[in-house]
Design a protein around this ligand. Structure first.
Ligand SMILES: [Zn+2]
Length: 138
């Protein structure tokens, strides 16, 4: 396994552990993780595009459908990354309901969708999360 992929799979494991404990934290973490994946994908698609352009110049091809398709793919990825950044900004200011997953305003005490309590002992949860991260710090 390549170091980067190993990092992703380890980080995913960490997120799953936290998921059972802290609703809001896990949501932002998962979005951030997705953002890392998309940025990595974008990087490799750009590399692919570079290779295609090079191959075309070698073969004296001026127009290539593959290049056009690749550029569309990169544009799509950029859009997804922008959307994800917006979602992360949104999720950071919201409290995720543990029962139904609904995003509530930061100062809400009860879920607007299912009525479940959103009150948590944030201090102890923060400590629990840090403990979980410490396990991956080897
Ligand atoms: Zn709810």
């Amino acid at each position: 396994m390549k170091p980067f992929e190993e990092f992703i799979s380890r980080a995913k494991g960490a997120v799953d552990v936290i998921g059972e404990k802290a609703g809001q934290l896990v949501d932002v973490s998962k979005l951030n993780l997705k953002l890392i994946e998309l940025k990595s994908e974008l990087k490799s698609e750009f590399e692919g595009l570079g290779r295609m352009v090079y191959e075309c110049s070698e073969e004296n091809i001026t127009e290539n459908q593959k290049i056009t398709t690749q550029i569309q793919l990169i544009k799509q990825l950029n859009k997804e990354i922008e959307n994800l950044k917006k979602q992360i900004a949104f999720a950071k200011n919201k409290v995720l309901c543990k029962s139904c997953g609904h995003h509530n305003d930061m100062d809400s005490s009860y879920c607007a969708k299912c009525g479940g309590s959103l009150k948590t002992d944030t201090k102890s949860e923060k400590e629990a999360v840090e403990d979980d991260f410490a396990e991956f710090d080897d």
